[in-house]
Design a protein around this ligand. Structure first.
Ligand code: NDP
Length: 286
């Protein structure tokens, strides 16, 4: 019987434990605070008395904690020698690399993972996880990790899974906060979330075209402004900013956007396209 230990039973770790139980694994679970595993135990999971005991119970431990510092705290006393840790806790790439070295020094094989779906998506069609670390370890553990979500191997650098994850998070958080900014303006004008939901869906769907259209231009540092000039974008951002200000809601996020485009126009890039933003954001040339 396949065995796995789950370290951390937040919503994500719990979803992972259920996915392994569904797949017929012998599952050992551990969480710092009590009270999060009763339903898992009822389904046949075993409770470990400590994180060290959980690591000892299975060849593979899937770690789902708040961040890398929590991993050190939880597993500081554990004997990791000969064990495999798949740390699917989010953190910055540098910390993922440091944690990999820390685990290796203790004799563990270590994979970093960045989970691309919320807990409800674990074990479901379309779910994916970025994974990085030694290829042979990935190949050995691939079938076990695929129980959670389709793995997308991002190379040997243990920081890379988190780098890809954080890139997705940059896009996610800016878009999701934008949704709430729009809702704030909507509510200040007597509209509800339900009123604007159809248009939010349209905007979200249309973003793929913007990404696909600008990617080749970005990689070539081509600043063609035939279809949309930075000056037009800057004017649009001023309208957005003043609509929000006129509605009496916070404008901090929008002001930062408007300032970026305004800076581009003032630098003489008004007739250029949006790829000029890369330089304005401090990116090196391609
Ligand atoms: P939660 O914050 O809800 O749970 C975090 C877990 O970490 C809990 O089990 C908590 O234990 C434990 N923990 C925190 N600090 C310590 C510590 N110092 N020592 C030991 N254990 C500690 O997170 P989620 O379950 O939602 O997420 C887990 C990971 O998955 C995170 O890295 C998150 O970024 C990532 N993720 C989450 C997604 C989501 O939608 N939820 C989506 C994609 C990735 P305790 O119960 O005792 O507090």
């Amino acid at each position: 019987m396949n065995q796995v230990s789950i370290i951390g039973l937040g919503p994500m770790g719990r979803a992972m434990a259920f996915a392994y139980l569904d797949a017929g694994y012998a599952v050992t679970v551990w969480n710092r605070s009590p009270g999060k595993d009763d339903d898992l135990l009822a389904r046949g999971a075993r409770r470990a008395g400590s994180a060290a005991e959980a690591v000892a119970a299975s060849p593979l431990s899937v770690v789902s904690l708040i961040d890398v510092d929590a991993v050190y705290t939880a597993l500081g006393e554990a004997d990791l020698d000969g064990r495999v840790l798949a740390n699917l806790s989010s953190d910055v790439p540098e910390k993922a690399r440091a944690a990999s070295a820390w685990a290796r020094e203790r004799g563990a094989a270590y994979l970093t993972g960045g989970v691309n779906v919320p807990p409800a998506g674990i074990g479901r069609e379309g779910a994916s996880i970025f994974v990085s670390g030694p290829r042979e370890v990935y190949e050995e553990q691939r079938a076990a990790l695929d129980v959670l979500a389709a793995t997308d191997y991002r190379g040997a650098d243990p920081g890379h899974a988190q780098l890809y994850y954080q890139l997705n998070m940059i896009m996610f958080w800016t878009a999701y906060t934008g949704w709430y900014q729009a809702l704030a303006v909507a509510r200040a004008n007597g509209l509800t979330a339900a009123d604007i939901l159809p248009y939010a869906g349209y905007t979200a769907d249309s973003m793929r075209g913007f990404y696909e259209g600008s990617a080749p231009l970005a990689d070539a540092d081509d600043h063609d402004g035939t279809h949309a000039r930075l000056a037009m974008c800057a004017a649009s951002l001023e309208h957005v900013l003043h609509t929000a200000a006129g509605s009496g809601v916070d404008t901090g996020i929008l002001a930062a956007h408007a300032e970026l485009y305004r800076r581009g126009v003032e630098a003489g890039f008004g007739a250029d396209g949006t790829t000029r933003l890369l330089g304005l954001l401090g990116a090196p040339t391609a």
